[in-house]
Ligand binder design. Sequence first.
Ligand SMILES: *Cc1c(COP(=O)(O)O)cnc(C)c1O
Length: 425
Amino acid sequence: MTELQEKNLKYNWHPYTQHKTSSAPIVITKGKDAILYDENGNEYIDGIASWWCNPHGHSNEFIAKKIYEQATTLEHVLFGGFTHNKAIELSEKLLNLLPANQSKIFYSDNGSTAVEVALKMCLQYYVNKNQKKNTFIAFEDAFHGDTFGAMATSGISLFTDSFKDNLLSVTRIPVPNEENFNDVYKKLEKLLKSGKIAGFIFEPLVLGAAGMKMYEAKHLNQLIKLCKKYNTFTIADEVMTGFYRTGKLFATDYLTYKPDIMCLSKALTGGFVPLSITSCSREIYNGFYDNDVSKAFFHGHTFMANPIGCAAALASLELTLSEKTQRNLSRIYKLHNQFANQLSKNSKVENIRTKGTIVAFDIKQNNENIEYYGELRNLLYDEFIKNKIILRPVGNTIYIFPPYCITYDQLHRIYTVIERVLGKL
Ligand SMILES: *Cc1c(COP(=O)(O)O)cnc(C)c1O
């Protein structure tokens, strides 16, 4: 352990980490594009875009410059009773890009709070209408964040078990596939008929934390259509899928039926500073629009719509929509598909799947009970680190989720290391 690592462990508490048994966190001193440098000068290829939030690479100078300009112009202003031009510009741009039914933007700080806002919008909407609807529907294995509402709608027991006696009312339905679709549909319809449902929340097309579990747009379309039939709100949590991660600007762009509420965060600011938005339809907004003050939406955060965050988001959006990024995206889609083809010849893997810039597969296991942070996962993680590649396998799933600026050589290096590690198993 280095001196800095020792000092770190003296003072810091890391997420999802059993400090008694895990190895010391690596001290990163610098980042450039898809590379992170540690204190000993080692270079790691970032294969997971820094926990899914970094599309344009580390320390991107264009975004950094815009942040500097904003920080030296207006660093913060309260969003209660005041506004500023970066929030206005960002909301206008986002609403032009989001599905046409999205009509207002509510700012907060991170993915979890964006979800909290979405859930509270649904709950208070019905309170304002004097209706009692307080149960949510969510997918088994969903992940929507670690605050209480977000956690209640999340279905990965490792993350929520300790808190399960203190959570909102949520009923789960399985993630749909060809075999179970009719059952899922019937289960959803039965729940919707109960009249108690405040909303259905889902990660569209890809369940990230569940291990990049993928399902089809045609199935989600049918489920949203059914919710519309029963006048039930739908919430697309695009915190991970937003900004071309799945091959379209938003995963929702694959759908014909659009959600009432959407959550965005992670890549929103290019991975520079925390910021999130919850967008909603006019119908939801109108449910709060009244002469009665008590019907106003009672939610806010000190740093909501922070000008530096908005400036970073505007800069990142400009890069996201640029031709250069579009070329990078096409290259990643193509290379991922080639890699997936090659993997299909490997007898050790199964469930090979790609969606846009994500490629994932499972290592065949005899054991049914694969632990999220289990032995295999830790072995793989350590092997990748030894090879100076940052990947975070989930159970027996390996996925690649690169920043869009990753080079051909860097991506190939990741594929090669994965194949080599598979060969050792
Ligand atoms: C990461 C994530 C969240 C939580 O976001 P935080 O910024 O970590 O609070 C919520 N939903 C999805 C789909 C996510 O991937």
